[in-house]
Design a protein around this ligand. Structure first.
Ligand code: ZN
Ligand code: ZN
Length: 576
């Protein structure tokens, strides 16, 4: 009888048969088998597999005797169903009852900590694991380093990683993913190469993480090498990996290669479509983004909020007001997608850039969200371009409240006053700028040369070839001046006198990275640069001229988008 019921329970668990499972439960009670530990464990497992955690818990609570398996089953089920709190409190109860626990229990509880970023509990478990001498168990160790890295404690994570004698490929991929999550891309590369040296077989998770690192650093050569590994190992057809490849290529400025991967992909999912549409959008290839948007629907995929965000920002990049409005309405009316603050942000941007400032302001006033600083900032910038003092003052007032330390806001407002020749107000906002602690992110640019990423700060001094780089910048500027290049001083925010301003502009990080690229790259090779801020007007002009006089393609990825410079023009058509 007991055997028969147990077999039935396992069958119900495997096939998630709730009704039959409950009938079995009734028979078990009738047969008086409910106090049998093995049978109860199977009951718990069956209810967990059917997703009825509350009933599983009732069975568990009524058990006269719980073995380790019962605890592990129910803790594991809580984890799988995203109930980290319940899992943690059950573990506390387990310790109160002084029940034995296993490595499996501890790694399970650590998973719950990872889900909650519970660093305090993680440290306690780490101490407990050391006490019970299970800290070098590969499952416990891997779970530990995963929690540490998810809580941004990378030093601890790396310490656990190094201390593990046995490392599984999950251990390696968790550590690589941890570095990437914390934007420590170079450390991720280093670990990846270490894995290659010890002959570790790379799995799709590690390779996708490394592709994200390549995307983060704009390391195209490194990324193409990973692509080669993927082709060799037959991972290419994997949807998950293919989307990472598309993302990597487009973020490294190689939109053609991204599209090649995308076209080559036999089965596409929403993530691949989104990756490609977003790639086109970031590169200012609005038409392609819109065509793909239509094609996606013809192939039976419905766009989601991510897709719409890409198409809307493409419209913003290209100044397409009518299309922008159309998509904004379509997403709700046709696809019933709830618009979030980012979609509204795009709309405000689209309208503001087109000079429809009043309309942009109406959107901010009537939308169902509180406006963010970046929305007011976008409005203020539009007011500056179109010399709208009235709304400019309103936007600035909100910005001063939201970002009291951002000096750039005072500068923008003072430009509007200056355009209106209100010198008193100009002086006033200049004074306010001096009073506020005007902090501005420091500009930084990256360029990858021969598999190494070189980083340049504004006014860089540390790079070993820095003298050569500065003289190259000077040489380029002299050549440009012959072609009527004028330094656009007014676009720079530094509050210093004019001659110093020109010097500072010369030393913007992207100019330095470019000069280094010209020195190091083979003749005619395209120069790819990444920048952490929005490219300034002067550097934009510089790159246009540079593409002409050096006869090179220049690709600059700034905070918002890509600029493809060639033969004196930019793909953004000076609209960014
Ligand atoms: Zn600049
Ligand atoms: Zn541009």
């Amino acid at each position: 009888m007991a055997m028969h019921l147990q077999n039935l329970l396992q069958y119900c668990a495997r096939n998630s048969l709730i009704v039959e499972g409950k009938a079995c439960h009734a028979q078990i009670i009738r047969a008086g088998l409910w106090f049998d530990t093995l049978t109860s464990n199977m009951l718990i497992n069956m209810y967990c597999k059917c997703g009825l955690l509350d009933i599983a818990r009732q069975v568990f609570d009524k058990m006269p005797e719980r073995s380790l398996v019962s605890w592990n089953t129910i803790i594991g089920a809580y984890n799988q169903n995203g109930k980290a709190d319940e899992a943690l409190s059950l573990f506390v109860e387990m310790q109160r009852e002084q029940s034995l626990f296993s490595e499996f229990t501890v790694s399970s509880i650590l998973c719950a900590c990872a889900a909650k970023s519970a660093i305090f509990e993680c440290k306690q478990l780490h101490a407990l694991a050391i006490k019970k001498a299970i800290n070098s168990n590969v499952y416990v160790g891997t779970a530990l380093l995963d929690v540490y890295s998810k809580c941004n404690f990378m030093q601890e994570a790396s310490w656990v990683f190094e201390s593990l004698e046995e490392k599984s490929d999950v251990t390696w991929s968790s550590m690589v993913a941890g570095y990437v999550r914390n934007e420590l891309y170079e450390e991720a590369f280093r670990l990846f190469h270490r894995g290659q040296i010890v002959g570790l077989e790379q799995n799709q998770f590690t390779l996708s993480s490394i592709l994200s690192a390549c995307a983060g650093l704009g390391a195209l050569n490194e990324g193409s090498q990973v692509h080669t590994i993927l082709i060799k190992d037959g991972f290419r057809a994997n949807i998950f990996v293919a989307s990472s490849l598309i993302d990597m290529y487009s973020k490294c400025g190689a939109v053609k290669e991204a599209y090649a991967v995308f076209s080559d992909q036999h089965s596409k999912n929403i993530v691949s479509w989104n990756a490609m549409i977003s790639g086109f959008s970031k590169h200012g290839r609005c038409l392609e983004a819109m065509i793909l948007f239509e094609k996606m629907q013809q192939t039976g995929f419905s766009p989601n909020e991510v897709t719409y965000l890409s198409v809307l920002s493409a419209c913003g990049h290209m100044g397409l007001v009518e299309e922008g409005r159309k998509y904004f309405n379509l997403m709700f009316e046709k696809h019933a997608i709830r618009r979030n603050i980012l979609h509204y942000s795009c709309l405000v941007d689209i309208l503001g850039r087109a000079g429809l400032i009043k309309e942009a302001y109406d959107v901010i006033k009537t939308m169902p969200f509180e406006a963010t600083a970046s929305m007011w900032g976008s409005l203020l910038a539009s007011c500056r371009n179109f010399k709208n003092l009235e709304l400019g003052e309103i936007a600035a007032k909100h910005l001063f409240e939201l970002e009291p330390n951002n000096g750039g806001n005072h500068v923008l407002l003072s430009y509007i006053y200056a355009a209106k020749k209100n010198w008193e107000k100009v002086a006033e906002s200049r004074q306010l700028l001096k009073d506020s602690v005007a902090t501005k992110d420091r500009g930084q640019s990256w360029i990858e040369i021969k598999h190494r990423v070189h980083c340049f700060m504004v006014g860089e001094r540390e790079h070993p070839q820095i003298a050569e780089i500065y003289s190259k910048v000077d040489e380029l500027i002299e050549d440009m001046k012959k072609l009527d290049y004028k330094v656009q001083i007014e676009l720079d925010f530094h509050d210093v006198d004019e001659s110093k301003k020109e010097m500072l502009l010369r030393h913007h990080s992207e100019k330095l990275a470019f000069a280094f690229g010209i020195i190091s790259l083979p003749l005619g090779a395209p120069v790819r640069i990444m920048k952490n801020l929005r490219i300034c007007g002067d550097c934009h002009n510089f790159m246009k001229m540079a593409s002409k006089i050096t006869n090179r393609e220049i690709i600059v990825r700034d905070l918002n988008r890509f600029h493809h410079f060639s033969n004196g023009n930019c793909s953004c058509r000076d609209f960014w």
